[in-house]
Design a protein around this ligand. Structure first.
Ligand code: SF4
Length: 549
């Protein structure tokens, strides 16, 4: 066992990891060793909770709260979600309560648990220092005897599960749950503790993780569309409106709706930031007259964009960055998001509204561009005849899905250049925050079909999959035979889950950038290349040439 020293940590779960290898002294994201270590301990304890839950399920002593809690707690360990040590400690104590409650149930059913050590029975220390010391023993590098490829697969699966958990948690908030999703999260979390499982088992589990993630995204899609209606094409102003202002970032449409309801009639206009942009396309959200427009771009620009926003800011999910002094007093978090010293609110957003009323707001109307959102599966499939005709008559040569996360690396300019250079007879489908590299470009239309179709947030990869499957069926071919190319950018663990979903569907020839995951070993990469022909992006010119050939 390797014990990290007081000032050490190890994390390699996201694309911006230090030098493409791992953050060991401080996270590039701002996560410090204390929080990183507490998160390691939380993941470890969730593995133990999962073991006990699986044992309980075998005895029909299932407790659905465990699945919901595990999803939320795992979500809190995603990149840029929760930097608050006290918040992580609270999750640790709830994990222990649930685990011990389940163990007591097993005992009172007259059964003897087979789990006699590890995180299924570990007694947590009472102090933060004690917990950090425990976390130092159970992190990513804690077992150097594990075969590197097996270790790589353990973490590919764990990071994929974090993505599944994020979507499952959102779906739960909308009243959509499936025990099969929770069961797999538990099975996947517990799997690395089972030393009898080998490389092939984990390849299978990673594919199953992708499959389950489609179910989680489907639940979330159903939750969003049944609650707020199917997105419709909607023009969203990028300018500002004279009046008080609230900015809502993240993915949680329920929080956004609550803000809209609670701020109505108060002279406040509500703006979206980052991944919240697609919210403007939902009929039951766009009906609010004070839901005005979109401010700024993607998550990594918040320290540049938030100081200029003259109102209150709510971060509902990832990705929060360290709030700087100029807007620290204006920002709030909700859901699994946390930052030390930043107020956390839920359901009642009066503190956010009061802060917006104290701040000056925008002093004048400013008209600039608009962008169009709302091309979810319903909107795209409603014009399927037009699309099929344009493909058949050769006006559309290829669809290119340029989607995924945005980030700070200069290499990400690839994606804007790629879209700029894409031939005029291509249609660009996009989703998630990677689109902020090109979301306001005027790409024109082909036979009245916009050349740039914004399908939504990262979870709307589900919509893209449904559209691809519908087109494949219309053309009587498989998805890999469609004139469709996927050029993806990844940053955090939801993107890992989406990538596994695409692979689980057998989708080949995906181009991935800006760099490949640090947690994938050369041997595992070789398997992915052989099986799926997944490849790194190169240059826009070379990749476009290859795609269009
Ligand atoms: Fe580093 Fe990313 Fe982990 Fe943050 S989440 S510590 S940037 S690897």
């Amino acid at each position: 066992m390797v014990k990290l020293s007081q000032n050490q940590m190890f994390c390699f779960q996201c694309e911006q990891t230090f030098q493409g290898k791992g953050c060991s002294l401080m996270g590039v994201c701002g996560k410090n060793p204390e929080v990183a270590t507490l998160q390691d301990l939380l993941v470890y304890m969730l593995r133990g909770l999962s073991q006990v839950q699986m044992e309980a399920a075998r005895l029909n002593l299932n407790d659905e709260r465990v699945g919901v809690f595990t999803s939320e707690a795992l979500f809190a360990t995603l990149t840029n979600v929760n930097f608050d040590p006290e918040g992580i400690i609270e999750y640790l104590s709830r994990a222990v309560q649930l685990r011990d409650g389940l163990s007591a149930k097993i005992k009172s059913a007259g059964r003897q648990s087979a789990l006699t050590g590890g995180p299924a029975t570990l007694v947590l220390e009472k102090t933060k220092e004690g917990l950090v010391a425990q976390g130092k023993l159970v992190g990513i590098k804690s077992d150097p005897t594990t075969d590197p490829d097996l270790h790589s697969l353990h973490w590919l699966l764990t990071f994929g599960l974090k993505g599944v958990a994020a979507y499952a948690y959102h779906a739960c908030l909308l009243g959509k749950k499936d025990q099969a999703v929770f069961d797999f999260i538990h099975r996947g979390l517990a799997a690395p503790l089972d030393k009898s499982l080998g490389v092939n088992d984990f390849v299978g589990l990673a594919m199953k993780c992708g499959e389950i993630n489609i179910r989680a995204m489907e639940l979330l899609d159903a939750g969003n569309t049944e609650t707020f209606g199917h997105p419709v094409p909607t023009k969203v102003p990028l300018g500002t409106k004279k009046g008080k202002a609230i900015l809502v970032s993240g993915h949680d449409l329920i929080d956004l709706e609550a803000i809209l309801k609670q701020s109505a009639g108060k002279g406040i206009y509500v703006y979206t930031h980052g991944e919240m942009l697609p919210a403007h396309g939902y009929p039951k959200l766009k009906k609010y007259p004070h839901f005005f427009g979109h401010y700024g771009t993607a998550w990594q620009n918040q320290q540049r964009e938030f100081p200029q926003f003259p109102g209150a800011i709510l971060i509902t999910t990832n990705c929060i960055q360290r709030p700087i002094d100029s807007y620290k007093a204006n920002i709030f978090t909700s859901g699994p998001v946390g930052y030390p010293g930043i107020p956390h609110v839920s359901h009642d957003f009066s503190r956010v509204i009061d802060r917006a009323l104290e701040l000056p707001g925008f002093t004048e109307d400013k008209e600039t561009k608009t962008v169009t959102v709302g091309f979810g599966r319903n909107a795209v499939l409603s014009i399927a005849d037009k699309v099929i005709k344009a493909v058949k008559n050769g006006h559309i040569k290829r669809f290119i899905l340029v989607g995924g996360c945005d980030g700070a690396k200069p290499g990400r300019s690839y994606y804007s250049e790629f879209v700029d250079k894409a031939p005029k007879d291509t249609v660009i489908l996009t989703l998630a925050c990677g689109k902020f590299r090109f979301f306001d470009k005027e790409l024109g239309t082909i036979d009245e079909i916009p050349r740039l179709l914004d399908m939504g947030q990262c979870n709307d990869a589900y919509s893209a999959i449904k559209v691809a499957q519908a087109l494949a069926s219309a053309f009587h071919v498989g998805v890999n035979e469609l004139p469709l190319s996927l050029v993806l950018s990844w940053y955090e663990q939801k993107a890992v889950a989406v990538l596994l979903s695409l692979l689980s569907l057998g989708i080949k020839n995906i181009r991935l950038g800006p760099s490949l995951p640090a947690f994938i070993t050369p041997n595992i990469l070789k398997v992915l290349i052989e099986k799926f022909n997944i490849m790194p992006i190169t240059t826009p010119d070379a990749d476009l040439k290859a795609i269009m050939e």
